[in-house]
Design a protein around this ligand. Structure first.
Ligand SMILES: Nc1nc2c(c(=O)[nH]1)N[C@H]1C(S)=C(S)[C@@H](COP(=O)(O)OP(=O)(O)OC[C@H]3O[C@@H](n4cnc5c(=O)[nH]c(N)nc54)[C@H](O)[C@@H]3O)O[C@H]1N2
Ligand SMILES: Nc1nc2c(c(=O)[nH]1)N[C@H]1C(S)=C(S)[C@@H](COP(=O)(O)OP(=O)(O)OC[C@H]3O[C@@H](n4cnc5c(=O)[nH]c(N)nc54)[C@H](O)[C@@H]3O)O[C@H]1N2
Ligand SMILES: [Mo]
Length: 738
């Protein structure tokens, strides 16, 4: 479609069809004030402060809700417009407590800015005022209803973006207020405490409770970084005063989340400044932990590890790396285990999580990760969510999926034995018997085959062994699948029709698919379904595993795995061996090492004698905790490097205090393989140190020198030995990742 011409205050420009006057003004740097507008929401046009004059129009128009037409001539700075805006602001402040001196939002308030601009410190309009109605009987959201200007942003964002529907306008006329079905409390409502409403509120009516009285926004230092919780990898703005995080926000124009966060990202930062953090190294003496210096702790580890190595060989040692730590730390940890210790016994929690995805998708497509990006969900015509409780475990991806369904009309199929939030919005919800996924997917493929809904051209050009698949599918008639899974033949048929014939269907999966003894087969079945219908390799399609922890994709990419080095370069391969021996300057072990589960099995039998656990909590996370306890107790020497005294750390001989995400630099790789920067916002707590610095010091003490000045320097080394990260330098990672 052709571009549209518009003139704003003498500035001429062209914009794309669909742009509003506000968009166009922004593009030429003309400021138009707004109160009810939020780029995350549909245009509303209620507050009237964005009124502008349009040549030929009878009355001023709201810039936020008026689409540009070709040849439009707009004035934003006329006397008439200023008079109108001033009146609107005066009316608003006539019923607004002008207590800016104590208001949390002072300095960051849309209404205060406008009142200042128009020199209004009182209103000509005097009438009934709303009494003080402060609310907030929950831990997260302070609601000052007397400061509410009824712009509706909180109500709309709760509906349009979060699909939580917790609040609405209640009562009528002068009594109108934002409330809930349960009076005014947010407790016992569908509120998810994501705080999207707070992030949208233009005034001080909604405030993050934990930040109360800790400092105004303008007093804080702001650091852009990445959320430390799940694999979505949302961009956070940490607001700090001194070494304390006082609030978390998210910029509207950055990252995968563009201003949105979930309850964990927005409110779950107290652990950083918690007094329970480990602050100094600890050595166990006579069953009790005693504070130690770094050099005491590190030389003890070097002595014990070198002792076990010379007595029993390097394979009597093992290490757990961490999906909580950065790429730089994961790279260094596996290098430490391979080059300094001399074993491939290195693994991490991906083993318990998406190991079957990595195996299955690597076999099907050559790479074990999402085939499409998070933004692509908006382009899907149908989304099949199987074994992923997306809105709870990956909330920002969850809201993307719901927006695709509710705003773009994408069809939603949910295959999950449990009723989850997504099932409310699903066109079809199949509650199969747990573990019957291969049968259900085969049943869907059986129908697609019979009906001829498959993509013959795609199959011929891009796949192998379709005939083999056909033979297997014959047996999975809808009736037989119904018997195995409990899903009705009608539902299977409808699901097959929607998935195969939508034009662009995307599959989303997570633990409901992977955490099974048949996990790899489950993943392969999903890949087959996508390939059979040509739903891969295009926008809005694909097979999309949602990775769990914040940097589990990176921990895998960096080779914290027993069979591959960074970039999935196989340890048994001669070329790989030669390359890393040259790069790291030592002889390297050739046989693949043990997995997380095998390491603990071996320890229980006395095979593995020394274990280094960095940022994992196997006592809580690994199967059969009694068995884990036996294994940990049997070890001759256990090192735990964590930020807290965990259930695992109590078994350690030495505990090393690491730093949180807020105290260090580095990179995380999110579920869509976007490499993003985390940045130090505050100084390290106590005597704790960066994980990468600790690993380097232990390696050096063991006789394999590692000297790095910064995370950047480690990334440069990663660039040089990892083809898939070759060009990902810090300089090239912009604020939105690489
Ligand atoms: N709040 C919070 N968020 C997290 C985490 C956390 O600890 N807390 N952890 C992160 C991590 S590491 C991960 S891996 C992800 C996990 O993210 P998810 O995998 O989305 O989370 P689960 O709760 O394991 O849910 C899996 C879904 O599978 C369903 N399910 C169970 N059995 C079957 C089955 O046989 N077939 C099918 N099709 N479905 C089944 C369950 O009912 C559930 O809805 O979450 C990440 N996000
Ligand atoms: N019962 C049960 N078991 C499970 C699961 C389940 O749902 N239920 N889920 C499975 C899945 S999907 C996964 S991914 C695994 C997860 O298994 P784990 O990786 O063991 O998970 P966490 O308990 O999150 O442990 C992370 C540890 O890292 C520490 N930590 C956080 N940040 C840092 C840091 O910057 N540096 C250092 N050194 N330490 C840090 C934390 O304090 C915590 O002790 O658990 C698996 N096991
Ligand atoms: Mo996970």
């Amino acid at each position: 479609m052709s571009q549209l011409n518009i003139t704003i205050n003498e500035n001429k420009l062209t914009v794309s069809p669909g742009s509003t006057i506000l968009d166009a003004a922004k593009a030429v740097g003309v400021h138009i004030p707004t109160l009810c507008h939020d780029p995350r929401l549909k245009p509303y046009g209620a507050c009237r402060v964005c009124l502008v004059e349009v040549e030929g129009a009878r009355a001023p128009m709201p810039a936020c809700a008026t689409k540009v037409t070709d040849g439009m001539v707009v004035s934003t700075d006329t006397e008439k417009i200023h008079r109108l805006r001033k009146t609107v602001v005066e009316l608003l402040i006539s019923d607004h407590p002008l207590e800016c001196v104590t208001c949390e939002q002072c300095g960051d308030c849309g209404l205060q800015d406008l009142a200042y601009r128009y020199g209004l410190n009182k209103s000509r309009y005097i009438g009934e005022r709303h009494p003080l109605r402060e609310q907030g009987d929950d831990p997260f959201i302070q609601r000052n209803l007397d400061k509410c200007i009824l712009c509706g942003r909180c109500v709309r964002i709760c509906d349009e973006v979060e699909s939580a529907f917790a609040i609405d306008f209640t009562y009528r006329g002068f009594q109108v207020q934002v409330g809930t079905d349960y009076g005014t409390s947010l407790k016992n409502t569908s509120c998810e405490f994501c705080g999207q409403c707070i992030s949208s509120c233009p005034v001080g009516a909604l405030i993050e409770k934990p930040r109360l009285n800790k400092g105004r926004t303008w007093e804080t230092k702001k650091t852009l970084t990445i959320c430390p919780y799940c694999g979505t990898g949302c961009t956070l703005e940490l607001q700090t005063i001194g070494d304390k995080i006082v609030n978390v926000a998210a910029p509207l124009d950055k990252g995968v989340n563009r201003g949105n966060l979930c309850v964990k990202g927005r409110f779950g930062y107290q652990f950083v400044n918690s007094n329970d953090r480990l602050k100094t190294p600890l050595i166990k003496k006579n069953g009790k932990f005693v504070e130690a210096t770094w050099s005491e702790a590190i030389s003890l580890i070097a002595k014990k590890f070198n002792g076990i190595k010379s007595a029993h060989g390097a394979d009597a040692l093992a290490g757990f790396s961490s999906a909580k730590c950065t790429n730089e730390e994961n790279y260094l940890f596996q290098k430490f285990m391979r080059a300094a210790v001399g074993t491939n016994n290195v693994d991490h929690c991906a083993r318990l999580c998406h190991a079957s995805t990595v195996a299955g998708l690597a076999r099907a497509f050559g790479s074990g990760a999402m085939t499409n990006s998070i933004d692509d969900f908006a382009k899907a015509k149908a989304i099949l969510v199987i074994g992923s409780n997306t809105t709870e475990a990956h909330p920002i991806i969850g809201i993307n999926i719901l927006q695709a369904v509710r705003n773009n009309g994408a069809k939603l199929i949910v295959i999950d034995p449990r009723k989850i939030k997504l099932t409310q919005f699903a066109d079809i919800w199949m509650a199969q018997r747990p573990g019957s996924d291969v049968a259900v997917i085969n049943g869907i493929m059986n129908i697609i085959l019979k009906e001829g809904w498959y993509d013959q051209k795609f199959i011929e050009e891009r796949t192998e062994d379709f005939d083999e698949l056909k033979k297997i599918l014959d047996a999975y008639t809808p009736e037989k699948v119904a018997e195995i899974s409990g899903v009705s033949p009608e539902d299977l048929r409808r699901a097959a029709d929607i998935y195969a014939n939508s034009g662009a269907s995307s599959i989303v999966f997570s633990m409901g698919i992977t955490q099974h003894s048949t996990g790899t087969d489950n993943v392969l079945s999903l890949a087959n379904l996508a390939m059979m219908t040509g739903n891969v390799g295009r926008e809005g399609t694909g097979v999309n595993p949602l990775r769990g922890q914040n940097n589990v994709q990176g921990a895998c990419d960096m080779g914290s795995l027993p069979n591959v080095c960074c970039g999935y370069q196989k340890v048994g391969d001669d070329g790989v061996q030669a390359k890393f021996q040259a790069a790291w300057g030592v002889e390297l072990p050739k046989t693949p090492g043990l997995t997380v589960v095998e390491i603990l099995n071996s320890a229980a039998k006395g095979g593995v004698k020394g274990l280094y656990v960095m940022g994992e909590n196997p006592m809580l996370s690994d199967p059969d905790s009694q068995h884990v306890e036996e294994a940990l107790e049997k070890l001759e020497f256990l090192v735990v490097q964590d930020i807290f005294m965990t259930e695992t750390a109590v078994f350690a001989d030495v505990i090393l205090p690491g730093l949180t995400f807020a105290e260090r630099d580095g990179t995380f790789t999110n579920t869509e393989r976007r490499v993003q920067r985390i940045r130090r916002a505050i100084n390290p707590m106590g005597n704790a140190r960066e994980d990468w610095r600790i690993i380097s010091d232990v390696a050096t003490a063991m006789g394999y020198p590692m000297h790095y000045e910064s995370a950047d320097e480690i990334l440069a080394e990663i660039n040089s030995v990892t083809p898939s990260y070759a060009c990902i330098t810090t300089a090239r990672i912009s604020d939105s990742g690489f």
